[in-house]
Design a protein around this ligand. Sequence first.
Ligand code: SF4
Ligand code: SF4
Length: 505
Amino acid sequence: MSAPTYDLGKLHGGLRLAAHKKQSTSEAIQVVPLPEQLILPITQHAGDAAQPIVDIGDRVLKGQLLADPDGLLGAGVHASSSGKIVAIEPWPVSRRYGDTAPCIVIECDGEDRAIDAAGIAADYEQLSPDQLLARILQGGIVGLGGAVFPTAQKLMQAITCELDYLILNGVECEPYISCDDMLMREHAGEIIGGAQILLRALALDVAYVVVESDKPEAIRRLGEVMGELGDERLILKQVPTIYPSGGEDQLVQLVTNREVPSGGLPTDVGCLVQNVGTAAAIHAWIRRNEPLVSRITTVTGDGIAKPMNVEARIGTTVADIVSFAGGYTEHAQQLIIGGPMTGKSVTTDKVPLVKATNCILVLSEAPAVGAELPCIRCGDCAAVCPIQLLPQQLFWYACADDEEKLRRYGLIDCIECGCCDLVCPSHIPLTADFRTAKARIMELADEKARAARARQRFEARNARLESEAHTRDAELSRQKESARKAGPDAIAEILKRKQEQSDED
Ligand code: SF4
Ligand code: SF4
């Protein structure tokens, strides 16, 4: 077994939180049976919605592409099982902004027939890095750690930078969530296989596989697999259990002691971070031709009868998954998609499991929050902020809707970790305010970008029309000159033609 190494950078702030993970990790991952219906949102990723390429009534096979990103920033959506498309319509979803989204609904036929797996690239080493990237693009793979950024596009951006390290993120620091822990325990080989594919696609020589210290079984399994392979490019690292050490920038700081600049990306300091689940999904797609049609998710909390980790098809409703986990306890009160710090409360369990769903958390009671009081400027929020922001200042500017100051004080770098909320003695919902302010700023930026694109199109059109008019005038002058030499009838004909063209314009 390869022993984990520890030489670490320093993480600013953060909190040691109660883990609440034991109840969902006491037994192996269970497979949820195929449901009668699968609900597949066409936007399960950061970027533009994929465009449906199927119609109601079409019969589809498992793994078939249903919605295409159409060359835009996005990821394809594949059928999670075989059956018939019965609707393409808005459905409740668990998105941070907006409660419904267009979904493709499959009525499953129960046969679970898959598309022909011909063309499997069993030996990925025969593919060039470019071919591998193009292939990953077709698999509908997105970052499974929560950001759901389309993986192929993230890799394509990364290869334009000077990279030193691939970092596989197995930290999973948010309480209650244990799906990555279980994946590492039970599918370590696939994660490491995915890391090797990524190293080839990125033409890199070093991959750090990073796991928190509270996951000894995962560390043991990964170490065994790496030891058997003897691939010296892979290095296992253990980091302390502190929330939010699994944030991309925080992980880069911990592992390499390099600081990602404000508004920048890990690639700015030579690092590319991928979640361990994403690596396993890449392995499944490249080695077995299986697009991203299922995932492991944690279903847990005091409101769930039998907390566990399950593997479920993308599109299975939360209601079906909860029912598989023994149903709700009589005290279940709050349903959260995601963890308690960064998840979203939803009011219906009709929402489907999507690529981003790492946890279904049902709490028997909503955490008691005291009445909001004025800020007493204690500074506790700044002490725990992992980005070294000044949350009390940001709060002030968010209340005043002062976009310029919010930008200057780094709101855009806030990772919405919720640490400041937890320590605030005045019970100010800082993170919720920051989330709203960020959404507003991003919306304004989108509007500005849209307006700039429209202006560019308008100016380009005017320039084209001007150039066409100029060419026409030059041609008419030339014809007039030859007509002048030819006589008065030819001049009359040219003037008539010019009048006709002006009428058309
Ligand atoms: S922790 Fe709360 S009360 Fe203290 S400075 Fe921050 S916002 Fe103000
Ligand atoms: S939510 Fe934002 S401001 Fe608050 S601690 Fe986290 S990163 Fe800092």
